[in-house]
Every structure is written in structure tokens, then in C-alpha cells.
Design a protein around this ligand. Sequence first.
Ligand code: CTP
Length: 362
Amino acid sequence: MENLILKDKNLYYIGGVVRDELLGRDSFDVDLTYQGNAIDKFGELKECIKVNEPFGTVRLLVDGKEIDIASTRDEKYDKKGHLPEVFDIGCELKRDVLRRDFTINALAKSTLTGEIVDYVNGVNDIKSKCLKVLHDGSFIDDPTRIVRGLKFAVRFGFELDEHTKNLQETYLKNIDYDMSFKRLKKELIETFNLNRQETFDRFINQKIYKLIGENEPEEIPDYDIETLVKKYPVDNIWLVYIGWHPDIENLPLTREEQKIIDDYRELLSTDIKEDNYSVYKSFEGKSKEAILLYTLTQKSELGIKYFSLNGNIAVTGEDLKSLGIPPSKEYSKCFDYILKEKLSNPDLTRDEELNLAKQFFK
Ligand code: CTP
């Protein structure tokens, strides 16, 4: 950033953006922190378009770009596993850095000199591809960090260091479920959206799935989910990966997400025969994610067969009316009659469908 406003001895790039630059990767967002009170420093500038007093943050419009600047701050996890309470706005940069999750995310870079400020040996940990928490209570304060660790491990090809691995294992044996499931969900979505089988394998092998809830799943899917999702893309990839968890509803689900889970459970309780008609009728109207979930937990190819079926019939109620048939329950039986034919003969023309309708009502 070239603008002079942003060249300040107390202004630092912080967290992911510094890590990503050292890794030679593009960053999703640029976080800036001001050592001191950012509102006092930038709040009166004409470029300032927003101020958030309780969090000590400002938003500037610089060269047409919106830039958020936070004040250095410390955080207290009075209620473990929930959002921390912000305190000591304007503290020393070092304290701001030490409240963070992993050493690789605790680096700052001066906007003025470009110097990297590394209080925690983070540069070395990036070089040795190592994920290390900053203190032993890190996962107790914020268990979502376990999922963040998984995300960074897979995204960057890093590993937890031994001590961090032990802390994770210990926490997962004694989880406090009074936690922010909203934050957990956000991290799970980001992690599984990577669509990498390796994420799932680590999630299972390291028992990270226990974070979602205390009920043990009867059977954990053993299937190449990555390939399945690549072949049949969906919006909610994360639910294909973990929608089978019996406590999935601990995560606050949207209506669309809840429908996926309801569809999946309905499929589980349906006796699906192998003929085209039964397959079509069983999966019709179910969300794609639910069908994929069913495929992988039931090790069944029936959902895949459904994707290959063409059940779009051309004949409509209007056509039947034109044939002089008064609307009745028989209409849907007629459509089913045509559908059965269409499923075994997808090339059926509209005229042939009309003939079938006539035949049906004879
Ligand atoms: N952070 C943390 N504990 C969390 C979440 C975030 O300590 N549970 C800190 C980390 O220092 C992180 C920074 O806040 O670098 C910004 O968080 P976020 O934007 O979520 O993460 P990034 O590291 O920028 O990762 P990503 O590239 O996935 O956005």
C-alpha cells in the first residue's frame, strides 16, 4: 500500500497477510493493526468512513479501497469457548500478538519500514512448516482453533508440533460443549470447502469430529468424498463431509442446511428398490448434498444412478385437458405411467408421451 496515510511507524500488517506473504501466497484479506488507539489516530481523517468504538476499529477509504484498521488490544476469555472480551485497547503490539492462535499467525510487518516483527519465532515455524499454539490454554479458550489448525495444516501442508498435538489430544478427551457453535461452524465450513480428502482423514483420525457433539456416530463414512464432490459439485460441500454426524444440529443450521439433513435422514429410512422408477421417486426433490451423503454413508450407487436418470416428462395437465380429460387424481397416475416409460426410454418424444396418456385413459 503506497498511500502515505498508511505509512506510519505504529501501523502494522498483522496475522494471515504476513504469513501468506512469507509463504508466497495470495491473502484472502489484509488485516492492519495500529499500536495505539486507531480511532484517536485515524477517526478524524476525511478518509475515515466508519468507526467502531467498542472494538477500537476504523474503516478508511484509501485510493478507492476500503481498509480496516484495528487498535492493538488484548482479549480475555472469561467464558471459555465463546467470543473473548476485548480489553486494553491501544496496548503494546507484543500483547496483541500473544493473544493469537498459532505462531505463524502472530507476525506483524511495519507498513513504514517493511520490517517483520516476530516475538514468537513464527518465521522459523513457517520455514519448518510447524503449527504451534502460543500458550497451553489456547484450545480451552477457543476450541475452534483446533479446526483452524486442521485448515492451516491442509492448506499449507504443515503439521502440529508435538506439544500442540498433545494439547489438542488432551482437549478432545475433555471437551467443554458450552462453546460458540456458531464460530465452530464458520471454521468447519472454511475447512471443508477446501474439498480435500486429507482434511476429512485428519478430522476423523485425530477425532476432531468430537467437537461437534458428544454422540458418537455409528459408522464413519469411508469413501473418497473429494472425488465425489468434484464430480457432483454442490453449494454446501461441508455438509457432504460432516452431515452424517448425529449432533450436526448443534451447529446453528440455516433452513436450507436443515433441509439437507432432513432429506438425508428421510432417505435413510426409505427402502429404495433398484429399479429406475423406485430410484427416481425416492430421490426426487431431495437436495443434492443429501443424495451424496446417502451415497457415501450407505456405500450405495443408487443416488448416482438417480443423477443419470431423465424424468422430465413433456406432457402437462393442460395437454390432458386438451384431450378432453377432466382434472382428477387420475392425472398424477397418468404422469407416473408416462414417467415409468420415460425412465426406461429417455428418448421418448412428446407425441409418444401423448399417445401413452391416451392409452392410459382409454
Ligand atoms: N485469530 C485467533 N484465533 C481465532 C481466530 C483468529 O487468534 N480463533 C487471529 C489470528 O492471528 C489470525 C487473525 O486473528 O491470523 C485473523 O483471523 P482470520 O481472518 O480468521 O484468519 P487468517 O489467519 O487471516 O486466515 P485466513 O487466511 O483463513 O483468512
